[in-house]
Design a protein around this ligand. Structure first.
Ligand code: SAM
Length: 274
């Protein structure tokens, strides 16, 4: 069925991360995982030839299908212009303003995984079912202290509960990618820990993971052009020794937040900054 659509429109794929999910079993499992109701508006990023789109539209109130490649946008218009609950949105998902949506379900273009995930996490939605390269998915859910533990892990954990719900082999796609894939379930929720200032915390996480092999003391000192804390050497000496002597990769999100909070408080107490 999916193969016949590729054949009909003479779509070969390969460019723009085009690896089409042709295995009906996985398509059905992804749609089932989204637990769609007739009230749900679904955002799909990288709709391709519409194989997932049509299945989502059968169960949801509306599907907003974003696609970058003009030749695939034409396919989507040809297939769905008469389908009332599918809206095709041509453009780069990194640049378009997403309209409101309840759920995001996508077989993502892997080359924009980081940027699109950071963008999505800053939107309000109920559930995400997202296909990534397996290694990327592993970084989203890594425990502290592992090589996969990163800015992405902490950012994801701050905004949502994330879990890998299925691995997907290369053979499920046409053309087959060079890597295995995994589907991640994202359930946005309030942060499990308190941050004094969200923007400062998120910037702190970027800063310290940009120097992940350095002890926290040095990574803070080296990245103060981002953090902009006056008298940084003096400030760092006031922070707990045991945290300062560890690397960012060995601190839990909660511990990183507590350091960011202390830094923010020290920064805010400076009367000349107010
Ligand atoms: N949804 C289809 C499926 O499951 O078979 C296609 C998925 S394919 C992995 C990724 C899709 O994202 C391709 O159709 C590609 O053209 C599209 N794409 C790539 N970069 C994009 C971007 N920046 N914004 C929107 N779509 C993009």
């Amino acid at each position: 069925m999916v193969r016949s659509i590729l054949k009909k429109y003479n779509i070969k794929g390969g460019t723009f991360d085009q690896h089409f999910l042709i295995d009906i079993g996985y398509l059905d499992r992804i749609v089932a995982a989204a637990e769609l109701s007739p009230q749900d508006t679904v955002l799909e990023i990288g709709a391709g030839i519409g194989n997932l789109t049509e299945r989502l539209a059968r169960r949801a109130k509306k599907v907003i299908a974003v696609e970058l490649d003009p030749s695939l946008v034409s396919v989507l218009h040809d297939r769905f212009d008469k389908v009332e609950n599918i809206e095709v949105m041509a453009g780069d998902a990194l640049n378009v303003d997403f309209p409101g949506f309840d759920k995001v379900v996508s077989n993502l273009p892997y080359s924009i995984s980081s940027e699109i995930t950071f963008k999505l996490l800053r939107h309000k939605f109920k559930l995400g079912i997202l296909m990534y390269q397996y290694e990327f998915a592993a970084r989203m859910v890594s425990p502290p202290g592992r090589k996969d533990y990163s800015r992405l892990t902490v950012d994801t954990y701050y905004f949502a509960d994330a879990s890998i719900i299925m691995k997907v082999p290369k053979g499920a796609f046409q053309p087959a990618p060079e890597v295995d894939s995994a589907v991640v379930k994202l359930v946005p929720r309030p942060s499990p820990f308190e941050v004094r200032d969200e923007a400062f915390f998120l910037e702190f996480v970027v800063a310290v993971f940009s120097q992940r092999r350095k002890k926290l003391r040095n990574s803070i000192l080296n990245t103060n052009s981002m953090l902009k804390i006056p008298d940084i050497k003096e400030v760092v000496n006031q922070l707990p020794e045991d945290f300062m002597n560890k690397r960012a990769e060995n601190l839990t999100p909660e511990e990183l937040a507590s350091v960011a909070n202390m830094l923010f408080d020290l920064k805010s107490d400076k009367p000349w900054l107010k």
